[in-house]
Design a protein around this ligand. Sequence first.
Ligand code: NAP
Length: 499
Amino acid sequence: MKQTDTPALTIIFGATGDLAKRKLFPSLYNLFKKGEISNHFACVGVARRQWTEQQFRNHVRESVIAAIHSNEQMEEFLSHFYYQSLDVTNTEAYIELLQLANQLNTKYHLNGNRMFYLAMAPEFFGTIAEHLKRDGLTDTNGFSRLVIEKPFGHDLQSAKALNEKIRTAFRESEIFRIDHYLGKEMVQNIEAIRFANALFEPLWNSRYISNVQITTSETLGVEERGRYYEKNGALRDMVQNHVLQMVALLAMEPPIKLTTDEIRSEKVKVLRAMRRIEGQNIQHFFVRGQYGAGKINQEQQISYREEHNVDPESDTETFVAGKILIDNFRWAGVPFYIRTGKRLAKKSTKIVIQFKDIPMNLYYQTDQPLTPNLLVIHIQPDEGITLYLNAKRVGPYLDRTPVKLSFSNNRFNGINTPEAYEKLLYDALRGDATNFTHWDEVALSWNFIDAISHHWAETTEKFPNYEAGSMGPKQADQLLEQDGFFWWPIDYLDVDECK
Ligand code: NAP
C-alpha cells in the first residue's frame, strides 16, 4: 500500500455545502481506502450550521454512499472527521478552531501540517485567509497550505485584490488554486501524448498542423446556479480558466523537466504569446450566444431567460466560441478554435488536432478530397485518443477510406479513472502544485479575457441566438468557415464509434 506519508489536518470551510458533499468527501474516502492518505489524518468540517459531530459524520457517510455506493472501512474513515460550527466572519470562533486543530495535531501526530480548503463563496476567501493568520492557525511548525476554488476574481482587478489579501497570510508556494480540469486524466495525458511520442512532437507546429479545436459542451442548463451564472457567464466560468489551461498545455514548449516550475513557466509563455484582441476587432474573433427553448433527447427545455434566478432580459452569455492566435515561432498562423456552452446537443469535451493536407492527392480519380489526419483527445465523458488516418478501401478499388486507431481509457481500465478532485487533493497533500494554477497564469488569463468582456459589456447581441439542443449560434460556424475550416461534428469524433 502506498501512502503520501504526509500526516495532515484538512480543514474544509463550507463543509455542509454542495462541493464538499459531491466531490470532497467521496475523494477523501477513495484516497483513504486506497491507502493513499496516511492514517495520520484528520478532517474538520466548518460551516455555520449547528451540527453535532455525529450529524456531520452521518452527512459524510451519506455523501460517500451516494457518490460511490461503498461502505467498506466506513467507520474507521468517519472516526477521523470532526465538526466546528463557525461563522467565518466572527473572529472569536477561530480561537476555538485553533484549539481543536492543536488537539487533533497531538491525537493523530500530524506534525503541525495543515491544509485549509475553502469550499465557499469567493467573497469570503480574503476574510478567512486574514483570520487564519491573525488568529494563529497558520502559525504552525508543519506546512500551512491554502486550497481555493474558482472563481478567482471577476476580472484582473478583482483577482489582484483577492490575491493581495490571500498573500498576506500565505506565500505563493502555499496557495493551491484549483482548476479541476487540470485534475482530469486526459488533460494530464496531453503532456504524455506530446512529450513521450516520437511520432507527434516533430509535427507539433505550424508546418504540419492546420488548426486546433477545443470543444467543451454541456447538455445541462444553469440548474440552481442562476444567481452565480448571471454574474459570470460562459467566458468567465469556462474560458478564463479551464479552456485557456488546455490551450496552454497544447501549445507550450517542451519543459526541460516535468517539474511544477518548469511546466508553469512554459505555460505562462503561451499565455503571454496569445494575441490580445481589442475593440471592434473582437467580433471577428469571438462569438457569444445564449440558449433559447428547444429539445434535447426529445425533452423540451426552457430558454435561459426563463431559468430560476435569471433576469428575463438577461444579456449573460451561455455560449462562447473564439479563435485564439499564438504569436510565437511554433504557432504563427495556426488558429486555436475554442467553444463552450450550455444546453448543447451533447455533453462532451474533446480536443481535435487537425493536420495539414499532404502536398498532392493521388486519389484524385474519386473526386473526393482526402480526409485530413486528425488526432482527437477525448477528455470527458469518454477518455481516450483517436488517430484518423487514410487507408485503402477493401476490395477492387483504388479508393481510400478514413480509418480510426483508438485507445479508450474507459475500455482499458474497465472502471472509471480517479475523479479529478481525488487527484488534486492527493497532490495538494503531497505539496505538488503542478496541476494547480499559479498567480501569473491567472493574471495573464484575466488580462486576455477582460478585453473581450469589456467590449461585450458595451455592445449588445440579439439573444437568445441558439436553440437548446443545437451546437450554438451559426456565427460560431462562420468563425471557422471564413478560414476554410469547420467544426468536426462531435458524433463523428465519438470514441465509441471507433473501429
Ligand atoms: P454551497 O453549496 O452554497 O456551500 C457553501 C458553504 O459555505 C456551505 O457549507 C455553507 O454552510 C457555508 N457558509 C456560507 N456562509 C458561511 C459563513 N458566513 N460562515 C461559515 N460557513 C458559511 O456552495 P458550493 O456549491 O459547495 O461551492 C463552494 C465553492 O466551490 C464556490 O466558490 C463555488 O464557486 C466553488 N465550486 C463549486 C462546485 C460545485 O460542484 N458545487 C464546482 C466548482 C467550484 P452554512 O450554510 O451551514 O454556513
